[in-house]
Ligand binder design. Structure first.
Ligand SMILES: Cc1cc2nc3c(=O)[nH]c(=O)nc-3n(C[C@H](O)[C@H](O)[C@H](O)COP(=O)(O)O)c2cc1C
Length: 185
């Protein structure tokens, strides 16, 4: 069974994207080993502190190196992905070996992206995150991808209603991503 890490791109407790990630995890249950990647303790990228590897970064890289795939579930911030997600990916894109052997844990990693946002349905975030993931050498499954256009009241209630359409879109991405990860293995 493949191990899939979920990266939730929102740090807030009532995150709608966290609720979307929960729905994805429920669908993956029994078909993959699933875990959420905790990364809120990693420092800002700074080449002054790159070696020796900061503890939180070493833990995150260890978890990624022991996973078969990563699924990003992100909000859209100003038409892009949040800065802390960029910071995480920047750390993952760097040489992770204190002996300076060239080991980059995100290289060739199968990844996919989903998100919930306003009118864009997170598509602007998705396009930019896919571009970044491709740049750092991950193997990206860009489509199909769940992109939820939240109704206005969701922004005040912070509740994600899983409609039949959203449920079907999650199922489709789960099926296709598991097949994609199989192909890369
Ligand atoms: C800095 C910032 C920028 C935002 N920019 C956008 C945006 O460009 N498009 C959009 O649909 N929503 C935007 N939002 C609203 C968030 O997408 C919305 O609050 C969403 O619920 C956040 O995801 P979360 O519930 O998972 O935290 C922005 C929110 C913040 C904090």
């Amino acid at each position: 069974m493949h191990k899939i890490l979920l990266v939730i791109g929102s740090l807030r407790d009532d995150s709608i994207n966290l609720q979307l990630a929960d729905a994805i995890m429920t669908k993956l249950a029994g078909r993959a080993e699933v875990a959420e990647l905790e990364y809120d303790d990693i420092p800002w990228v700074n080449q002054d502190i790159e070696f020796p590897t900061p503890q939180g970064v070493a833990r995150v890289r260890y978890e990624v190196s022991h996973a078969d795939a990563i699924w990003f579930v992100c909000p859209e911030y100003n038409g892009s992905y949040p800065g802390h997600v960029k910071n995480l990916i920047d750390w993952l894109s760097r040489n992770s070996d204190d002996e300076h052997n060239n080991v980059v844990v995100i290289d060739d990693m199968p990844v996919t992206v989903s998100g919930a946002a306003g009118r864009s349905g997170s598509r602007k975030m998705q396009a930019k995150l896919i571009e970044l993931l491709d740049f750092v050498g991950a193997k990206v499954m860009a489509e199909p991808a769940v992109g939820i256009e939240l109704p206005a009241q969701a922004f005040s209630t912070s509740e994600l209603e899983i409609t039949p359409e959203i449920d079907a879109a999650i199922s489709e991405q789960v099926d296709e991503f598991l097949a994609f990860v199989d192909e890369q293995a």
